[in-house]
Design a protein around this ligand. Structure first.
Ligand code: FES
Length: 148
């Protein structure tokens, strides 16, 4: 084997032996990031998208029942058109789903007629606890809520 052929042979061999280690290192880094994202979600530092402002303008409310940590009913604050409110629509009395009644500007429970203000406070029982409110933020047209 000539010197040039030997150098090429050794070079390819070294490259092939380093490649799996390099791929493993990249994979470990990717997994570290995934673990960090999961830790953020588990620690409650994450927001989830429930819909977008255009949709809210069109329908007056957005119900998203597919969030990782529950459901969210999103409305525009009747007292401040710039503000968006998000609550868990599960009635604290016995677990029925409340609806937002725009004409009455309150949440109503169809099961036992509890009523809640736009910010979730009890207006009429039998419920004694307010609706759970969520922190809301906007990213472009997207509405995000923090459910944990
Ligand atoms: S479940 Fe809502 S008032 Fe009873």
């Amino acid at each position: 084997m000539k010197r040039r052929e030997f150098s090429t042979f050794v070079g390819v061999g070294v490259g092939m032996s380093i490649l799996p280690a390099a791929l493993t290192a990249c994979d470990a880094q990717t997994n570290d990031n995934a673990t960090a994202d999961s830790a953020d979600a588990a620690s409650g530092n994450s927001f989830e998208e429930v819909g977008n402002v255009s949709q809210l303008e069109e329908t007056g409310q957005i119900l998203n029942e597919e969030l990782a940590n529950g459901k969210a009913l999103v409305i525009k604050d009747p007292a401040n058109a710039e503000k968006i409110i998000a609550v868990n629509p599960t009635c604290p009395h016995a677990g029925c789903a409340v609806t937002w009644e725009l004409d009455q500007q309150k949440f109503l429970c169809p099961c036992h007629d509890s009523e809640f203000s736009s910010d979730g406070k009890v207006l009429q029982g039998p419920a004694t606890e307010p609706l759970t409110s969520y922190e809301v933020k906007l990213e472009g047209d997207s509405i995000l809520v923090k459910t944990t």
